[in-house]
Ligand binder design. Structure first.
Ligand SMILES: Cc1cc2nc3c(=O)[nH]c(=O)nc-3n(C[C@H](O)[C@H](O)[C@H](O)COP(=O)(O)O)c2cc1C
Ligand SMILES: Nc1ncnc2c1ncn2[C@@H]1O[C@H](COP(=O)(O)OP(=O)(O)OP(=O)(O)O)[C@@H](O)[C@H]1O
Length: 281
C-alpha cells in the first residue's frame, strides 16, 4: 500500500480514524490500524513524552496519514465536545477505532465504551493485545529499551528499535588506536542504556551491519558518546543523517586499564557481532 501523508490528504476524504498516543507504533497499535478502511487515518494525541517514535517519525510506520493533536488543547473537553471536534475535523467520519483502555476528556472521564453512545457511527473497540500474556504497551517498551533489553523491546514493537541522529566529530582516536567509528548526536529518541550493541546502521538509505557503543568513554576522555563501527567496510568521512537499528545487547560499558585491553575487547565484540550476522543471514 502506498503511504498517504497527512499533508497530502484532504481531511474530507477520511472516513475512519484510530485514536491514541501511538508513541510505540507497536504491534497492538498496528492491530488498531488493521481495522481502518481504505480512507483511514491515525489521530495521534501528543502528550509530550513520545520518544520511541518522536512526532516526525511516526508516519514511517503506517501507510495511513497521521494527524497530530496536542493533548493540552483537548484534555478539558467533555465527551460530546470531543466527538463534535472529531466530526468537524473529519466531516465524513463513519468509524472510530480505539483500544479497550482508551480514555478521553476531562479527568479521563470518558471511556471507549462511552464512545459507543456518543458517536453516531461505528465504534470498534480492540481487546487487549498481549505477547505471552503480557499486555503490549509503549510504557513497557520504554522500560525494556532503558534496561537494554532490546530483544524484548523489538518483540513488542514488531520491528527493530531505530534511532536517528546526525554525524558529529569524535575524539579522532578511533581510527588510530581502536577501530573507525561514526560518532553521532541524537535528540528526541529514548536511548538504550550504556553498553555495546549489535546493530544495523543506515547511511544515505544504505543499510550496513554494525556494532554500536553508547555510553561514557570511561577508558578515554570520559565523555558520553554514541559511536557506530560499520563491519567489514571502510567508510571515509561520512557526513549527514545516521540511523541505527538495535538488534541485541552484547555487554555493559567497562573501564579498561589500557587502550590495548580496550582494543582487544573491541575486537572480540566485533567477532561476536560478525558471528551473529553470519548465522542470521
Ligand atoms: C565496539 C566498541 C566498544 C567500546 N567499548 C568501550 C568500553 O567498554 N569502554 C570505553 O571506555 N569505551 C568503549 N568504546 C569507545 C572507545 O573508547 C572509543 O571508540 C574511542 O574512545 C574512540 O573515540 P572516537 O571515535 O571519538 O575517536 C567502545 C567503542 C566501540 C566501537
Ligand atoms: N495492548 C493493547 N491492546 C489493545 N489496544 C491497545 C493496546 N495498547 C494500546 N491500545 C490502544 O491503542 C491506542 C493508543 O494508545 P496509547 O498510545 O495509550 O498506547 P500504549 O501503548 O498503551 O501507550 P502507554 O503505555 O504510553 O500508555 C488507544 O486507543 C489504546 O486503547
Amino acid at each position: 500500500m502506498k503511504k498517504n501523508y497527512s499533508t497530502l490528504v484532504n481531511k474530507k476524504e477520511i472516513t475512519s480514524i484510530a485514536i491514541g498516543g501511538f508513541d510505540g507504533m507497536h504491534i497492538a497499535h498496528q492491530k488498531l490500524f488493521e481495522k481502518l478502511d481504505k480512507n483511514g487515518a491515525v489521530v495521534a494525541i501528543e502528550s509530550g513524552y513520545t520518544n520511541i517514535t518522536p512526532k516526525s517519525f511516526r508516519q514511517e510506520y503506517t501507510n495511513f496519514p497521521v494527524y497530530y493533536y496536542i493533548l493540552e488543547n483537548i484534555r478539558h473537553l467533555d465527551g460530546e465536545s470531543f466527538v463534535k471536534l472529531l466530526k468537524e475535523e473529519f466531516p465524513n467520519l463513519k468509524k472510530i477505532v480505539v483500544g479497550f483502555d482508551f480514555y478521553f476528556g476531562k479527568n479521563r472521564k470518558y471511556s471507549a465504551q462511552n464512545l459507543l453512545g456518543l458517536f453516531k457511527g461505528e465504534v470498534v473497540i480492540i481487546d487487549e493485545i498481549c505477547n505471552n500474556n503480557v499486555a503490549i504497551h509503549s510504557r513497557y517498551i520504554r522500560e525494556f529499551i532503558k534496561e537494554g533489553n532490546i530483544k524484548k523491546a523489538n518483540c513488542f514493537l514488531g520491528r527493530e528499535y531505530k534511532i536517528a541522529g546526525a554525524q558529529v566529530k569524535g575524539q579522532g582516536l578511533g581510527k588510530t588506536d581502536f577501530v573507525p567509528t561514526i560518532n553521532l548526536i541524537v535528540e528526541d529518541f529514548l536511548l538504550p542504556n550504556e553498553g555495546v550493541y549489535i546493530t544495523k546502521t543506515i547511511l544515505k538509505d544504505e543499510e550496513f551491519n554494525s556494532i554500536t557503543f553508547l555510553g561514557h568513554r570511561v577508558t578515554t576522555d570520559g565523555s558520553y558518546a554514541i559511536e557506530t563501527h560499520i563491519l567489514n567496510k571502510n567508510i571515509e568521512d561520512f557526513k549527514g543523517k545516521v540511523e541505527i537499528k538495535f538488534i541485541d545487547k552484547l555487554r555493559e560499558n567497562k573501564k579498561f586499564n589500557s587502550f590495548e585491553e580496550l582494543k582487544n575487547q573491541i575486537n572480540k565484540d566485533i567477532a561476536q557481532a560478525e558471528n551473529y550476522f553470519n548465522t542470521n543471514k
